[in-house]
Every structure is written in C-alpha cells, then in structure tokens.
Design a protein around this ligand. Structure first.
Ligand code: SF4
Length: 390
C-alpha cells in the first residue's frame, strides 16, 4: 500500500479487512510501498515521509498483528530494486505500455507529469516486490489483476531465459549417460512423443522411471524432468491473484472514496468531523423539502446503510424515505452510529502506538529484517541463474 495519505474507510472495507482475515490463514507480507508512492509523488517527498508510520498505525488499528504477519518498509530492502533492474533487462516495453492503469492514471492525474521511466516501470517494480517472496497469492482488487498478470509474464520469461543451465545440453547428455543405454533411448522416445503429441502416458512412464532410477541424483532428476517437459527450472514461481470479496464503500458523494476527491472519512477521523461530514452528505436530489418522497437507490447515504445497518434499519430507511416519513438527518444517524461503533476498537488499538511511536518503528524494523532473509535468498538464486556469481 502506498503511503500517500491517511487511510480511509474505503481502504478498510476494500482491502484491510481482508488483510486482517488472511493473516491467520496464511503467511502474509504487507509492506509500505514508499518507492511506489514516489512514482507519482516524486516532487512531494514530505507527503510520503509524513505518512509512512501513520499508515502502519492505521494497519495496526485495523487489526494487523505483527506476531501473525510480516510488516515492512520497501525502501529498506534494496533487493527489491535489484530484482526490478534485472527483470527490466528482458521485459519488452510493450508489456508495460499496455497495462490498462498506465494510460488511465496519466489521464486521471493530469496535474502531474507522469511521462517518466519510473511511472512506466512501476508494474514491473510490483512484479519484483511479489516475486522476491515467491508469493503464491496476491490479494488485489479487480483493477489490479492486470498487474498480477504482468508479474506472471515476467516470472515466466525469467524462468524461460535463465531457468536453463549455461551448458544445459552437455549436462543433460551427462545425466542421460548415467542411465543404461536402452533406458536412455526409451526416455528420448517418450520425450519426443510427449512434446509432439502431449502423450500423457509417455510422460507418466518416463517421469516415473527417472524418479526411481538409482543411477541418478536429485539434480539429474530435476534436469531431466525439465528437459522432458521442455521447461526450465522454476526460479521465480508464478503467483495467482487472490480476488477476495470486498464490501465496497463509496465516498461521501457516491463516487470512489479518495482523499483527492475530498469525499473520504479517515479510519481514525475525529468524532465531530465525522458527524459533520455525514450530516453534510448529499442525498436523493428529488428530496428538496422534508415532505418530498425520495428513493434510497438514488442516494449515496443508502450505500453506507448497506455496509453499516442491519435489515430492520434498512427497511425503516426504505419505507421512511419513500413515504417522506423520516428526514435525511434522521436517516443518517444510524450510519454515524455504525461508523463510530466500528471505529471504537480501532481507536483503542491505535492508542498505545500513538502514545509511543517508537514501538511502531520497532515493528517495522523487525518485519523488515524478517523479509530480508527471504529476499536475500531469492536474490542469491536469481544471481546464480543469471550467471552473476563470478
Ligand atoms: S431519507 Fe435517507 S435514503 Fe432517503 S434521501 Fe434522505 S438520506 Fe437518502
């Protein structure tokens, strides 16, 4: 997540709630993407500096538990930049230019000059962020699914380019030479049948045979299996997008909630400001006077009721709105109460961190060191595969 501003309820419902759930289901890595923030905010670094630790406090408030997941800071791990650079060598420019969000964001953020190398390359930096941990899943919204696809393509290309040993042909022949001659011949025949016709039986027989052959060691087996399938070694596994169901909470005006649209409620918004914002929310334009009947489907407040109210309250709203039986301020009160109730445990969790910001830094430091162990190990394998270990 990019540290470009205080997190709002749209982030909470769209992503953070899922992050919290996932931390107890699998090993999770969550990081402050400060380099990514620079791709659009390279002229305003103070924004990023201010928000790095504030964002982590929002995460902890939402329920991320540093005992259960790894929380870290991207820029403390130069390994990400190294992998980004190495992936960049073989990545066709067209792949990046075709990412839908590239043109889209340039259009949306017209006030910024985003015709930069960094902005074009950021999906590849994301790919490096993911691949360096050999992630199996990436929890994303549908709008980010194309980035995971690019990550998969980058991994596939890397494995194709560098998953084979430098003197692969000679090594394959050496491994084959360890087998009895007629077995090696049969293996070759099955390989051709499999590669020409996809003969599954031939594959099963041949791979079953080499798995058992006492003449081969583990490296021979891996090499011959790759040779048989026509693939290289998988150095960077391809991740899957984890499209989790998220409740959508739009902004106060019904558009996407975003700080830059001035329609957001921060996760830790002050009570008075929260009340003020909800009370000023636009409603169904047909309800000019209190006595005019309205329709919740045309009102942004209704979207909030869908998230914060129970069935009974929703019925009260529908009926009261359509019959002009309730006023809009009255209708908004359960939303205010719902948000305040949701905020309660979050504010309580945030309190010790606000009082002692040192703990937040310690959490990030410890998480960063934990992440570094994995990142370093992957980079060792990557350098070796690319022949950079001279
Ligand atoms: S009564 Fe509620 S749903 Fe109807 S227009 Fe007013 S705020 Fe919207």
């Amino acid at each position: 997540m990019r540290p470009t501003g205080a997190l709002h309820l749209g982030h909470y419902h769209g992503a953070l709630k899922n992050w919290v759930r996932l931390q107890s289901e699998m090993e999770c890595y969550y990081f402050v993407a400060d380099w990514h923030a620079l791709t659009t905010h390279y002229e305003s670094r103070e924004v990023i500096e201010k928000n790095v630790y504030e964002m982590v406090i929002d995460w902890l408030a939402a329920g991320l538990d540093p005992q259960q997941c790894t929380i870290f800071l991207q820029s403390r791990l130069p390994e990400h930049a190294e992998l980004f650079t190495l992936l960049a060598m073989g990545t066709p420019l067209g792949w990046l230019e075709r990412v839908p969000t590239y043109k889209d964001q340039q259009e949306k953020l017209k006030d910024k000059d985003l015709a930069t190398y960094g902005f074009l390359g950021y999906p590849l930096l994301q790919a490096a962020d993911i691949l360096i941990y050999k992630a199996k899943y990436v929890p994303v919204g549908e709008d980010q699914a194309s980035h995971v696809e690019l990550t998969r393509e980058a991994a596939r290309r890397f494995n194709h380019l560098y998953g084979r040993e430098i003197d692969a042909e000679a090594r394959i022949q050496a491994s084959l030479a360890k087998l009895p001659k007629d077995s090696a011949k049969r293996f070759e025949k099955s390989r051709k049948a499999f590669q020409e016709t996809g003969d599954a039986k031939a594959q099963e027989g041949a791979l079953g045979y080499i798995a058992q052959a006492p003449e081969l060691d583990a490296q021979d087996r891996e090499r011959l299996e790759g040779y048989f399938k026509g693939t290289g070694k998988i150095i960077l596994p391809e991740p899957q997008a984890l499209l989790t169901e998220a409740s959508r909470l739009p902004g106060l005006d019904g558009a996407k909630m975003s700080k830059s649209y001035n329609n957001a409620i921060a996760i830790r918004e002050e009570k008075s400001s929260l009340e003020h914002k909800v009370r000023r929310m636009p409603t169904d334009p047909a309800r000019v006077k209190r006595t005019d009947a309205g329709n919740p489907e045309r009102c942004p407040v209704w979207e909030f009721h869908k998230v914060y109210s129970n069935e009974a309250t929703r019925q009260w709203v529908t009926q009261g709105c359509k019959s002009a039986g309730i006023g809009c301020l009255e209708c908004k009160q359960p939303v205010i109460d719902g948000i305040l109730a949701e905020q309660q445990p979050m504010l309580a969790r945030a309190e010790p961190y606000i009082a002692n910001p040192k703990i937040v830094r310690e959490i990030v430091d410890a998480g960063t060191e934990r992440a570094r162990v994995t990142a370093r190990e992957t980079m060792r394998e990557v350098r070796e595969a690319m022949g950079l270990n001279y």
